[in-house]
Design a protein around this ligand. Sequence first.
Ligand code: 1HE
Length: 268
Amino acid sequence: MSTGSASPALSVLGLIEVETRGATLVVHLARAQKRNALSDPVIDALDRVFTNLPDGIKAVVLSGHGEHFSAGLDLSELTERDVPQGVRHSMGWHRVFERIQFGPVPVIAALKGAVIGGGLELALTAHIRVADASAYYALPEGQRGIYTGGGASVRLPRVIGVDRMIDMMLTGRSYSAAEGQQLGISQYLTDAGGALDKALQLAEKIAANATITNFALIQVLPRISEVDRAGGFVMEALMAGIAQGEPDAKARVRAFLDGKAAKVKHSS
Ligand code: 1HE
């Protein structure tokens, strides 16, 4: 793997661990003994990390220690909240998850084992999801008598469709890694244990893109897909003009014309 040398892992509140590998920040959920369940302090730790990305970081890989990406909401906290606290709790997750999705750099999630409930909601904040063969997806909220609160209602139907989400929650249906790949939950599927390495390789490629292109892809394209056609075309034209005007674009195109840049090669 050529993903740069790793820094020593730093613990954030003892709940997540971060390390840098070249221009990639690797963020590990580090509560394997609780299957990386997402407690309030874990969400707070994620908030801190994504609010203060170190200078020079151009991509983030989001992963989990142990055999599971995340078992979702820490259910031990749920018993304590009343209705207004529940609403605030959900809105707090929305705020942090929006920060991840609409932060300064692309995020690649490396998925394995349980990717369920809030764990799936967290995975859906990533721009690219790499699953290994052990991954499976479920929304057990339906069975627990609760409802999604970390943005699944907004993000998941855009990926798999409303009817599939309704089915997952009404019936407790889960999807395998292979099914998730077909449905678009993941864009990449690896052998068991391979997701983190693949995510790191992709992060290295993404980090080498022009900053303006990555900005367009994570900040502008998702907004274009939510506006009317005419507005979308104008936004695209503005983005195209801005990007092509950057010196980085001129240098990259010149390099190709001079025979110094890689040609497009197809590899599956
Ligand atoms: C937990 C949690 C959790 C595990 N909150 N403590 N999420 C769920 O409904 C999923 C609940 N978890 C499970 O179904 C299973 O734990 C797993 C399939 C993920 C993994 O099974 P397994 O056999 O590997 O582990 P385990 O023995 O069940 O769990 C190990 C420990 O983690 C155990 O604690 P221990 O003290 O007995 O060792 C579990 O209690 C603990 N644990 N999952 C708290 N989720 C913003 S809204 C989002 C709403 C949701 O996310 S709802 C979905 C909640």
